[in-house]
Write a protein that binds this ligand. Structure first.
Ligand SMILES: NC(=O)c1ccc[n+]([C@@H]2O[C@H](COP(=O)([O-])OP(=O)(O)OC[C@H]3O[C@@H](n4cnc5c(N)ncnc54)[C@H](OP(=O)(O)O)[C@@H]3O)[C@@H](O)[C@H]2O)c1
Length: 227
């Protein structure tokens, strides 16, 4: 395979929103779901997010559980998976948690239009900067470069623009959707997949591979992507 195995995870409300319309990374997962996502992270070689999630939510993307980190180390892995940000203009604040929280290998995937000085400054602080594409990150190329760096399994954690681009290109193997018993509403609140959207005839079809109904009111649905 020319790319790593890709698992996408999303937490949504019952009305399909992945954040409020304020777009500040509103919590959606229950404590049990957070623990599940922590395990998914611990099982991944890299955790990937899109540029707006990177700048807006400023996620740490580290494994929270001490025992899961210890398990990784016992398997000969680093404490945390690599963190991967997809950003065409390399729009990352130097003091961001994405860069600071760790220890973790940090990889930014950008385009030829990124500022060379900024690339140099990031590399000087140990960030690996990969270039794939011109206007937007070329995602098949980006995944192939990650594979060449030894990354076999990627967990994609949003947002909807990156999710849609990956799904549309057939670059996702599994999709996990946690539906929380909440409603956010809001026409402009983000959803699982954004982008330009698809006509009904082009809709991506999913194969449901599992459903877990939880006591906390949440439902977890596992899908495989029909490639
Ligand atoms: N509930 C959840 O599971 C969850 C998880 C994550 C995020 N979220 C929410 O999702 C929202 C952010 O999502 P979003 O859709 O606005 O942004 P996003 O998917 O996080 O980031 C999209 C950005 O990535 C960069 N990019 C570069 N190349 C790309 C390519 N080929 N395809 C797609 N993106 C590319 C672009 O930004 P540049 O031009 O800057 O490069 C693009 O605008 C936030 O409200 C966040 O809280 C929810």
């Amino acid at each position: 395979m020319e790319r790593p195995y890709v698992v996408m995870n999303v937490a949504a409300t019952a009305d399909g929103k992945t954040d409020t319309s304020e777009r500040r990374g509103a919590p959606i997962s229950s404590p049990r779901d957070k623990a599940r996502v922590d395990r998914l992270r611990a099982e991944a070689d890299a955790v990937m997010v899109g540029g707006r999630t990177l700048s807006g939510d400023d996620p740490k993307l580290t494994v929270k559980s001490e025992s899961l980190r210890a398990e990784r180390v016992a398997r000969g892995l680093s404490e945390n998976p690599a963190k991967v940000g997809v950003t065409s203009r390399l729009d990352v604040r130097p003091e961001s948690q994405f860069l600071a929280a760790g220890p973790a290998r940090i990889i930014l995937i950008t385009t030829t239009r990124a500022d060379q000085k900024q690339i140099g400054a990031l590399r000087a602080r140990g960030v690996e900067v990969l270039v794939a594409g011109e206007m937007r990150v070329d995602l098949p190329d980006a995944l192939a470069q990650l594979k060449a760096l030894g990354i076999q399994r990627v967990l994609v954690e949003g947002g909807g623009t990156l999710n849609f681009a990956l799904l549309r290109l057939g670059l996702v193997d599994e999709l996990h959707v946690f539906i929380a018993p909440l409603i956010f509403g809001g026409e402009s609140a983000p959803t699982l997949a954004a982008g330009v959207g698809l006509a009904r005839v082009d809709a991506l079809s999913l194969q449901r591979t599992g459903v877990d109904v939880w006591d906390d009111g949440g439902v977890l649905i596992h899908y495989a992507l029909s490639q």
